[in-house]
Design a protein around this ligand. Structure first.
Ligand code: HEC
Ligand code: HEC
Ligand code: HEC
Ligand code: HEC
Length: 129
């Protein structure tokens, strides 16, 4: 009789992957936990989630965590906790802002508009102090 068994090595690998994901919440986030990029060429951008938003005076989660309706951005839908990469892929899809641009536009867009917050590469992609 033929039996299909999942190789132990595979089980161990999958388990290791889950354990490798740090159990962090946005309260102690210091960099963006972007799982969406296949490779990294820069240090992860520094972003102390709650402290940043408090300092910047942003109380509405949908300022960053928007949703989607009919292929368009839905500013009223709160998607807090859902990774941006669920909708914005690194490679991009037709009519969809690719992941890196989505982050850059959102972060730098506001910093430039407010004339506050970093806008140069090394001020975001730097070691956490
Ligand atoms: C306001 C902060 C900010 C600034 C300024 C900024 N970035 Fe980013 N960048 C991000 C965020 C957030 C991401 C997505 C999450 C991550 O990789 O940390 C990102 C992602 C990237 C990525 C894709 C991921 C990787 O590591 O390869 C590259 C490349 C990149 N940035 C390059 C640059 C360059 C070059 C500049 C300057 C022209 C720059 N960034 C300026 C915030 C910033
Ligand atoms: C200035 C932009 C911004 C604002 C405002 C904001 N967030 Fe976030 N938040 C982010 C980014 C960026 C991430 C990382 C997304 C990713 O990994 O793709 C994130 C991640 C999260 C996560 C996931 C934490 C983790 O460890 O992965 C939760 C939960 C969250 N935010 C909740 C909230 C809530 C609740 C609010 C409103 C009180 C809020 N956010 C406001 C930008 C923001
Ligand atoms: C539920 C799906 C979804 C999630 C989650 C999501 N987006 Fe979007 N986003 C969209 C759609 C749809 C559009 C409109 C089409 C486009 O430009 O890609 C959009 C547009 C954008 C744009 C283009 C300019 C604008 O403001 O319209 C930026 C920048 C952006 N998103 C950044 C982000 C960031 C950063 C995150 C995570 C904090 C995020 N998005 C999470 C669906 C989503
Ligand atoms: C809606 C506006 C807005 C958005 C979106 C935004 N920021 Fe900011 N950010 C600010 C403001 C305002 C400040 C200046 C706060 C102060 O010092 O008064 C700031 C400051 C910062 C600083 C300086 C250190 C700190 O925490 O105060 C960093 C780093 C930073 N932002 C990273 C990011 C990254 C990365 C993103 C995208 C995920 C982002 N910001 C999105 C408004 C924004």
């Amino acid at each position: 009789m033929k039996r299909r068994t999942i190789p132990l090595a595979l089980v161990a690998l999958v388990a290791a992957c889950f354990l490798a994901i740090p159990a962090l919440s946005q309260e102690d986030m210091t960099t963006i936990p972007d799982q969406g990029f296949a490779a990294h060429t820069r240090l992860p951008a520094v972003f102390n989630h709650d402290a940043h938003n408090e300092k910047a005076g942003i109380s509405d989660c949908t300022t960053c965590h928007h949703g989607e309706k009919d292929g368009k951005r839905d500013p009223s839908q709160d998607t807090s906790g859902i990774p941006c990469s669920d909708c914005h892929t690194a490679a991009g899809k037709p009519g969809r802002t690719p992941l890196m641009r989505a982050f850059h536009e959102q972060c730098m867009g506001c910093h430039m508009a407010k004339k506050k917050g970093p806008v140069t590469c090394g001020d975001c992609h730097r070691p956490v102090k």
